[in-house]
Structures are given as C-alpha cells and as structure tokens.
Write a protein that binds this ligand. Structure first.
Ligand code: A3P
Length: 302
C-alpha cells in the first residue's frame, strides 16, 4: 500500500493496520520466529497509553521478592523500564534474539501490535497478555509531542491539523485506534484468563486496586502479610510519574534504533485531559462522534 506520513514517521498499511515503516518487516519476522513460553508475560499497548508506566508496575510486582522497592539498588531506580521490560521489536531491531533465551522466567516482553498480528505462539500458548489503552484524544496529543522529540535531524513534522485528520481516518501507528482496542477488548471478554484489558484513566484513578488486580491475573497475588506491610503502596510510589521521571537513566539514557532519542521523551505530563489544551471544540466533537460510532455495541466506552 502507499506510504502515509504521521508526524514525521512513514507508515504503511498491512492487513488493515498501520505500521511505522521500519517496524513492518520486523513484525512479520516476529510473527513466524518468536517462540513464546507459557510463563511469558506480554504487555500489549496502544502507543502513548502509558506503556512505560505499566512496564515499571508489572516489573515491580513480578520481581517484588527480589528487591525492596524502597531500596536504592532497585533496577527501576537505576534503569529505564524499557530496559527492564523490553519490546520484542526492540530486541529484533538490535538483532539480539539471543537475549530472549537468557531472560529469567517469567520473561516480561512488550508489543504494540494488534491481537490478530501477535505471533501464534503467544496466542496459542498459556502466556498472559495485559493490554493497555487510553483516551484516544490524549494518546494523539501525547504521540505528537513524542514524535517531535524523537524526530531525527532533517525530518519535518506534519502540521497538527494534518495529523489530526489522518488520525480520524484511522492512521495511527499500530492503529486504527478503535480496531486495535476492539480486538483486545473482545479477546478479554472471550478469554478473561488470557487477556486483561485496562485503561490508563482507570490506572490513574486507582493504581493500588489495579496493581492487586494484575498480581491476581498474573498468578502472584499479594499475601495478607504483604498487604499489611504496604507493599502495594510502595509499588505505587516507586512507579509514580515523579519518581520515574527523576530516575537518571530516564532523564539521560537513550532509546531506539531507527532514531535514537532521550528516554525523557517517555515522561511528559502524565495527566488526563491534556487534549483540552490542544483540540478545538469541533475537533473534540469529531473524535467523540467517531469513537462512539466505532465502539457502538461493543460495551467499550471512553
Ligand atoms: P503524556 O504525553 O500525556 O504526558 P508510553 O509509555 O505508552 O509511550 O506513554 C507515554 C505517556 O505516559 C506520556 O503521556 C507519559 O507522560 C505518560 N507516563 C509515563 N510514565 C508515567 C507514570 N509513571 N505515570 C503516569 N503517566 C506516565
């Protein structure tokens, strides 16, 4: 199909979904060569929905027996959540597939691809999938800022209005937005033991409640003693926006192969409703109507 630029990033459509140019061949490779293990934990997200945050949370929950969360040697206080919990596509981009074999169990691996494009070994093995999405208006605004920050020298950004128009036509990396959300939503209803569906807004509203939910879903519920000791609250604090933003590796470290950019690009405002400062009332109405129409009858709402 033809190329469409979102922000500065060239994207191609493949089986109804939009892929950043450099990630399409990698995704196709992953589909056939990635071998999931039943104990893998897969985090699937819509881009800019809080992936970094949830990586930190799940890492902290799963590894809570190894580290004291308040301890200064905790990996999350010394490295980026993207290093503790890598994207499968980043491992492939760096041609580091051997790393997959040496990761401790449970392996924590992240993707942005829609459910229907996951490697069969993920969908067919017993591994768990946690899915995270976010109000599309906020995710769109977040994406624009992010692309601005990761834009390599020599590239130009589209005007905001042009990207907005494309977004309404379904052009969003690993989108259309509604199609990606609906695939995971339906799967979470069909197989609740396999897919846990979550919204950024719900995580913001009550992180502690959701952390307990993850632990239960992942088969590592908190004991009464841990709850009494305040382990959940410690994880909330450890993964809080301010804590994470101030970690040196998150300020100064780098991410990406196609374009290298500062990890700080993953930490901007971390709030709900920032779209209000960027959308005209007409734009907001257009998205709202579109989303309402696309999600109609599904039970999913924003
Ligand atoms: P904003 O651009 O709206 O601030 P992703 O990790 O999927 O790329 O998403 C990035 C978005 O999540 C950014 O949103 C970022 O600020 C926000 N974010 C990152 N860490 C967070 C945290 N610990 N708590 C809440 N939001 C966080």
């Amino acid at each position: 199909t033809s190329k469409v630029i979102i922000g500065f990033c060239p994207c191609y459509k493949y089986q109804n979904f939009w892929y950043p140019e450099h990630l399409l061949p990698i995704t196709l490779d992953m589909q056939t060569t990635f071998k999931a293990q039943p104990s893998d934990i897969i985090l699937a997200t819509m881009m800019k929905s809080g992936t970094t945050w949830l990586k930190a949370i799940i890492f902290a929950v799963v590894n809570r027996h190894l580290y004291t969360n308040t301890h200064k040697n905790h990996p999350l206080l010394n490295s980026s959540p993207h290093d503790c919990f890598p994207f499968i596509h980043s491992i492939y981009e760096e041609n580091n597939q051997n790393q997959l074999d040496s990761m401790p169990s449970p392996r924590l691996l992240a993707v942005h691809v829609p459910f229907s494009h996951l490697p069969a070994s993920i969908t067919e093995s017993g591994c768990k999938v946690v899915y995270l999405c976010r109000n599309p208006k906020d995710a769109f605004v977040s994406l624009r800022y992010y692309l601005e920050k990761m834009k390599p020298v020599g590239y130009e950004m589209n005007p905001f209005e042009k990207d907005f128009d494309l977004f309404c036509q379904g052009v969003f990396p690993f989108g259309p937005f509604w199609d990606q959300m609906l695939e995971y939503w339906r799967e979470s209803i069909k197989s609740p033991e396999k897919v846990l569906f979550l919204k950024y807004e719900d995580l913001k509203e009550d992180p502690a409640k959701n952390i307990k939910k993850f632990a239960e879903f992942l088969g590592c519920s908190f004991s009464a003693e841990e709850l009494k000791r305040g382990v959940v609250e410690e994880i909330v604090q450890l993964c809080d926006f301010k804590t994470m933003k101030n970690v040196k590796a998150n300020q100064e470290g780098e991410h990406g192969v196609f374009a290298r950019f500062k990890n700080s690009a993953f930490f901007r405002k971390g709030e709900i409703g920032d779209w209000k400062d960027h959308f005209t009332p007409d734009m907001a109405e257009r998205v709202d109507k579109l989303i309402e129409q696309k999600l109609l009858g599904s039970g999913l709402m924003f």
